[in-house]
Design a protein around this ligand. Structure first.
Ligand SMILES: [Zn+2]
Length: 159
């Protein structure tokens, strides 16, 4: 995995439709600015246009409609988070997962700041918007395995 700082690169941002909440949370944890909305199709397309986001949807009709309207959009056809994450990142041409990017709040997409320490080296991160706190506990191991799998899939594709 790339642990280099990639601030120089413009990061894509997303608007994820109401069917894909779990994917939206994972994109936020990976540091992508990600809105999640269960609004109707026309509202989703309006938000995507206004905010210049990729519209991420598993709704084929919405995907083709947004393409016709020249919006950036990504169609999700897979059923697991691992495959869905791969679909998003590979369609953007990403060749690896970058875990050094600052995570965003998985609940509200707010920015996280370091607010303390837990046990030895674990930072506690707090969201500046909803004040929820996070740290890399047991759930993180599962997430890390998933991110590693997606990373391997992206690297394999690159070869
Ligand atoms: Zn938050």
């Amino acid at each position: 995995m790339n642990i280099q700082n990639d601030k120089q690169r413009e990061r894509p941002s997303f608007l994820v439709d109401g069917m894909l909440g779990s994917l939206a949370r994972k994109l936020r944890i990976l540091g992508f600015d990600t809105l999640y909305s269960a609004d109707d199709d026309s509202r989703l397309m309006a938000i995507a246009r206004e905010t210049k986001r990729y519209l991420v949807t598993s709704d084929t009709e919405l995907f083709f409609l947004s393409r016709r309207r020249k919006l950036k959009s990504i169609l999700i056809v897979s059923r697991t988070d691992r495959d869905r994450l791969y679909e998003v990142l590979s369609s953007l041409g990403e060749s690896e997962i970058n875990l050094e990017r600052s995570a965003r709040c998985s609940v509200c997409n707010g920015e996280l700041i370091v607010s303390g320490r837990r046990e030895k080296e674990r930072s506690i991160l707090t969201c500046v918007s909803c004040w929820k706190s996070f740290w890399k506990g047991g759930h993180w191991k599962k997430l890390f395995v998933l991110f590693e799998e997606v990373d391997a899939m992206l690297r394999e594709r690159r070869c």
